[in-house]
Ligand binder design. Sequence first.
Ligand code: MG
Length: 214
Amino acid sequence: MRVILLDIEGTTTDVAFVHDVLFPVSYDGLEAFVAAHPDDPDVLAAKTKVGDADLVATLREWILDDRKETVLKQLQGRIWEESYRDGSLRSHVYEDVLPAMLRWVATGSHVYIYSSGSIGAQLLLFQHTIAGDLTSLLSGYFDTVTGPKREPASYAAIARAIGVDPSDVWFLSDVEAELDAAAMAGMGTVHILRPGHPNPSTRHPTAPDFEAIG
Ligand SMILES: [Mg+2]
């Protein structure tokens, strides 16, 4: 069995979508969400974490700083969920992503996701893309609960969880340090260099998109 393991940001999806769309949607939506759900467990957890400080102002500072606080990630996920469900938000995927996934699945490969975004956020993103709901083409999802993306042990754990040898897995990412870790764990790698990529020099095989990957 061949496994294709995909990073999201910069690989399936334009980084600008995360920074120019997702972050502003959560920034703008925080105040209304907190006001509408004062007793929600995620809101109460954020209040406990923030303490005496102004809740909305503090969370907005954290969004601007791209802080990896769990209470913030939970609330952001809830706000994105509302926007995805009411149709006001659609996630970006590059136009070669759907054809490649169809091709890989049709030829017996299994496609998995490994991203620093929570599995819940990954599911929402792939349910509501501009190319439609892609989740039927995906066999599973991994986030940093499995381990950090720059540590070989995380990739070994993913191969174990899928039930394959690391050498059966190809990891596609835009970040060389992640590819280094996957290669150290024994996976094949492809460095995806989307338009505007700042650093095209790399230790890994490269591709400009998924079209080139058979
Ligand atoms: Mg990436």
